[in-house]
Write a protein of this length. Structure first.
Length: 705
């Protein structure tokens, strides 16, 4: 439901502070999320210092108090009693400067704990300290007040403590507590960050997991007092290792609720190089033995083609034409490139660089009949996704690998704006027996970044080549971390709802960036595999307004109708639960934030590829960055009864999709016009059954709305 009126400016009742803090903004600005946390103004990124204490959830976060883009990194602070209604607090740790523009210390990402036993000696047992553990970033060489000298660009680990439940903070006089990475990685002092600390009760010690970002490693330390730390072990590189490894987290969870079967979950955020080619988060399941994390063997994926694969094309030939491929543009008459690229399997590969990034070309394979369940291949290069609205026109700027059936693109993958080849996989089981072609398209001239694409080792297999376990398959979920201090083994997390590809340019004001809804993590066995699943925090139900549309009887959706409107459903903020049964339709689902101006965000299910997808190519404002538009997919098999369950949270500038039991999640920002507030259900290419749907309005979580 759209809020009425404007929020009144209010002063927080903290008159003992050096300065009082005023809530700014009306919280009804265009694109202002109504049930996702945003600061009143200015830039925000990674969630930090997640800790539950004194009946309150504390959310610290990377914050720029002086602008709308990344810079002057400080720790912002908000508190909540239910993770839904947040109160913005004064800045906890504020950037330090000699003078304007001359930064001496920024406060980068980290964690927070309550030192209940006062192991640090920074408080008392009756008033235990809240301790923040964070990365101190020193952009210039200097000597600290305690005599410690640091080099320019140093990322070191430090602590600060609060004796008034996070309101005011004192930096520890002995900082940094870990100045350099462990030997032999001390040359990585400029890429050593994001400490996550937790209390490990079996050995009565603190454990820290931090990132060696450029080496794709995490390192583990232990401490008895939060001040003196001992290096224990390392993990990585493993699985997706293209971009920087950042913001790790480590925690135990029971499998299927069985507390006698515990697995540890290691979360590693990665940028760029996620499944969407930008920012993302992967996880590993394994065991922590008091000293090191060891991933389960089935959670570590090698770089080889799947066992039993049939090679369709490895580009080891004298020319493209000799291999049976048709080359146009700059590659006409040319041969595959003989290069040494990270991840290559042979000596040659397809590289559309041609005579330079400004050149354009296509490579099209000979026809073949699909007889296996998957097509796997290695890909890298520019991130310029296939766009059905411009494909084949003079406006087409893609760098993509496409699967064509009857001349139509039915699968597409792009690069990650990087050189290292990674495996990608298409589920083509729904196209068995059909004739297809693979097309490598480079219609990009490089004016907006990487203007070419590289492809190697296209193989056919009945096994998907998995490259990582992804937490979220959408483009806007990063730096996910979990709360310390919760009881009963509960694991509650939250992520930054943005992407470094375009984070600084999204069209919001006077704030920039939001957090995802808090999510409960669990481990569940799905199709004989233990998976991390997630669901929106239960407290979110408290924001539900009226149920504005409910249907529990089967309704057939016909392709001849294309779109079946759902009556009386107009809203910018909604909680939608649906269940569909596939029929003869190739795709079915719903459209949200639908407008008369043609705007819509499509949440659908593709029967032939067994994927749930979000398509935001017509979602509203998309032209602020060339990498924003696109369609994003997550694998999702039907449930035992053959149905597809989807829960969709729609806010003024976001869509979060939870498929199945929460094993397929996609988070996407959208920026539609306020008048684009319709909902519809649809089926394409045949019929599908809408078994049930409930659409509830969502009230605002902001004060006085």
């Amino acid at each position: 439901m759209k809020p009425n009126g404007k929020i009144k400016l209010a002063l927080l009742s903290m008159m003992t502070l050096a300065s009082s803090y005023a809530l700014a903004g009306t919280y009804t600005e265009t694109f202002r999320p109504q049930f996702h946390y945003t600061p009143a103004k200015n830039w925000m990124n990674d969630p930090n210092g997640l800790v539950y204490y004194g009946g309150k959830y504390h959310l610290f976060y990377q914050y720029n108090p002086n602008g709308m883009t990344w810079g002057d990194m400080s720790w912002g602070h908000a508190v909540s009693t239910d993770t839904v209604h947040w109160t913005e607090m004064p800045i906890a740790l504020n950037v330090e400067k000699y003078a304007p523009g001359q930064v001496t210390q920024m406060f980068w990402s980290g964690s927070a704990v309550v030192d209940s036993n006062n192991t640090s000696g920074l408080g008392t047992t009756t008033n235990p300290p809240m301790v923040a553990i964070y990365t101190s970033y020193y952009p210039q060489a200097l000597t600290l007040a305690n005599g410690t000298s640091v080099q320019a660009g140093t990322q070191a680990q430090s602590i600060a403590y609060s004796l008034d439940q996070g309101t005011t903070w004192t930096q520890y006089s002995g900082d940094p507590i870990i100045q350099l990475p462990p030997s032999p990685y001390q040359d990585q002092f400029q890429n050593f960050r994001d400490p996550k600390v937790f209390w490990y009760a079996p050995e009565k010690k603190w454990v820290m997991v931090a990132a060696l970002a450029a080496l794709h490693k995490v390192v583990l330390y232990s401490s008895k007092d939060l001040k003196q730390w001992t290096f224990m072990s390392e993990f990585g590189p493993a699985n997706e290792s293209i971009g920087a490894w950042e913001c790790p987290d480590l925690f135990p969870l029971p499998v299927d609720g069985n507390t006698s079967n515990i697995k540890w979950v290691l979360v590693v955020n990665i940028n760029p190089g996620s499944i969407t080619a930008g920012s993302g988060a992967q996880y590993f399941l394994g065991q922590f033995d008091d000293t090191q994390f060891v991933a389960d063997a089935n959670n570590v994926y090698d770089s080889l083609p799947p066992a039993g694969s049939t090679v369709f094309q490895n580009f080891e030939g004298s020319s493209y034409s000799a291999l049976g491929w048709t080359a146009t543009g700059a590659l006409a008459g040319q041969a595959p490139a003989r290069e040494t690229i990270p991840g290559m399997e042979g000596n040659q590969l397809a590289d559309t660089y041609g005579t330079g990034d400004s050149s354009v070309s296509t490579l099209t394979s000979p026809p073949f009949t699909i007889t296996t369940s998957y097509i796997n291949f290695l890909v890298s290069g520019g991130y310029h996704p296939y766009d059905p609205a411009t494909y084949g026109t003079s406006m087409d700027t893609e760098t993509a690998v496409n699967l064509l059936i009857n001349g139509k693109v039915v699968q597409s993958t792009t690069g990650s704006n990087g050189i290292e080849l990674v495996w990608r996989s298409w589920d083509v089981s729904g196209y068995n027996g059909q004739v297809a072609q693979i097309q490598i398209v480079d219609n990009n001239t490089g004016t907006t970044g990487w203007g070419h694409i590289l492809v190697d080792d296209i193989v056919f297999s009945d096994v998907s080549k998995q490259e990582a376990n992804w937490i979220d398959y959408g483009p806007d979920f990063y730096a996910v971390n979990s709360w310390n201090g919760l009881s009963g083994g509960r694991r509650l997390s939250i992520g930054w709802m943005n992407n470094w590809n375009y984070a600084n340019t999204i069209p919001t004001t006077p704030w920039r960036s939001a957090m995802s809804v808090p999510r409960e993590f669990a481990l569940k066995t799905i199709n004989s595999q233990v998976r991390l699943v997630q669901r929106p925090v239960a407290d979110l139900l408290g924001l539900r307004g009226s149920s504005i549309y409910t249907q529990t009887t089967n309704t057939s959706l016909f392709s001849s109708n294309m779109v079946v409107p759902v009556d009386n459903t107009k809203g910018e903020a909604l909680d939608i639960s649906t269940k569909f049964k596939p029929g003869t339709a190739s795709q079915f689902g719903m459209k949200v934030r639908v407008g008369a101006n043609g705007e819509e965000t499509v949440v659908g299910y593709d029967v032939k590829t067994h994927t749930v997808f979000v398509d935001r190519s017509k979602s509203g404002q998309i032209n602020f960055d060339p990498t924003f538009t696109g369609r994003y997919s997550a694998p999702l098999l039907p449930s035992v009864d053959g149905s597809i369950a989807l829960r969709v949270l729609v806010d003024w500038s976001s869509v979060e999709v939870f498929g199945g039991s929460g094993e397929a999640v996609l988070t996407s920002q959208i920026f539609p016009a306020p008048t684009s507030d319709g909902v519809a259900v649809f089926a394409n290419g045949g019929t599908a059954v809408l078994q049930s749907i409930n659409i509830s309005s969502m009230n605002s979580s902001w004060p006085n709305q």
